[in-house]
Design a binder for this molecule. Structure first.
Ligand SMILES: Nc1ncnc2c1ncn2[C@@H]1O[C@H](COP(=O)(O)OP(=O)(O)O)[C@@H](O)[C@H]1O
Ligand SMILES: Cc1cn([C@H]2C[C@H](O)[C@@H](COP(=O)(O)OP(=O)(O)O)O2)c(=O)[nH]c1=O
Length: 195
């Protein structure tokens, strides 16, 4: 079973993911993973994130390459072994974030749908996605605005894209209000995974 955690920068995904990893409530052979990955593909992505002038389309394909390697090296083998996989960010991050960065491009009428089409033939959709919902201002403040994506204006576009994804696939998504106390957020996420 593949569970993914999604949300704006600062929504608390990593906090929850680390706590899940330490929690005996989940199987002890569960695989905890993340995108961008800890690999040379992920390193290439991080270089792009730090480059304010990176080309948005080139960046989409860097992230997508990282996802392909993540699937081949980590996600598919673990699922074939019957393990629970919990990923901090996954394909919906591309649909929401690159769907927003490509919004200014003349090439696409609907960038989010284009990014989904790029993935569709070969990705492995999550069985459940927990979406930590947070307003863009709090997200930018909590994340410390350390990279080009962490501005409230940009994050507002990303949030609108996440909302579109949630509306299109209500059975897969569980939405959690990320402004709640960390313990409450954690309990909601754990319930969603156990369910
Ligand atoms: N429910 C919460 N309420 C208030 N602050 C939180 C909450 N969850 C996380 N934080 C804080 O917000 C910041 C970003 O959290 P983090 O887990 O790194 O988010 P993300 O991985 O989604 O970017 C951290 O300083 C963290 O301690
Ligand atoms: C995985 C992924 C991340 N990102 C962005 C979101 C973040 O701003 C940045 C780094 O991701 P991450 O390290 O998960 O940031 P955070 O913990 O603050 O949420 O990369 C994309 O734009 N597309 C993607 O496909």
């Amino acid at each position: 079973m593949l569970v993914t955690l999604e949300g704006l920068d600062g929504s608390g995904k990593t906090t929850v993911w680390e706590r899940l990893r330490a929690d005996d409530a989940l199987p002890n052979d569960a695989v905890f993973t993340r995108e961008p990955t800890d690999s040379w593909y992920g390193d290439a992505v991080m270089r792009s994130i730090e480059d304010d002038d990176a080309d948005s389309l080139a960046e989409l394909f860097l992230y997508t390459a990282d996802h392909a390697a993540h699937l081949a090296d980590t996600v598919r083998p673990a699922l074939e072994d019957g393990k629970l996989v919990v990923s901090d960010r996954y394909s919906d991050s591309r649909y929401a974030y690159q769907g927003a960065t490509l919004g200014d491009s003349d090439h696409f009428e609907d960038p989010l749908a284009y990014v989904q089409r790029v993935h569709e033939p070969w990705t492995r959709p999550p069985d459940r996605t927990v979406y930590l919902d947070l307003d863009p201002e709090t997200a930018a403040r909590r994340s410390g605005a350390t990279n080009k994506f962490e501005t409230a204006d940009y994050l507002a576009d990303v949030r609108a894209n996440y909302e579109r994804l949630v509306d299109a696939d209500p059975d897969r998504f569980v939405q959690v209000d990320a402004t709640q106390e960390p313990d409450t957020v954690y309990e909601r996420v754990l319930d969603a995974i156990r369910d």
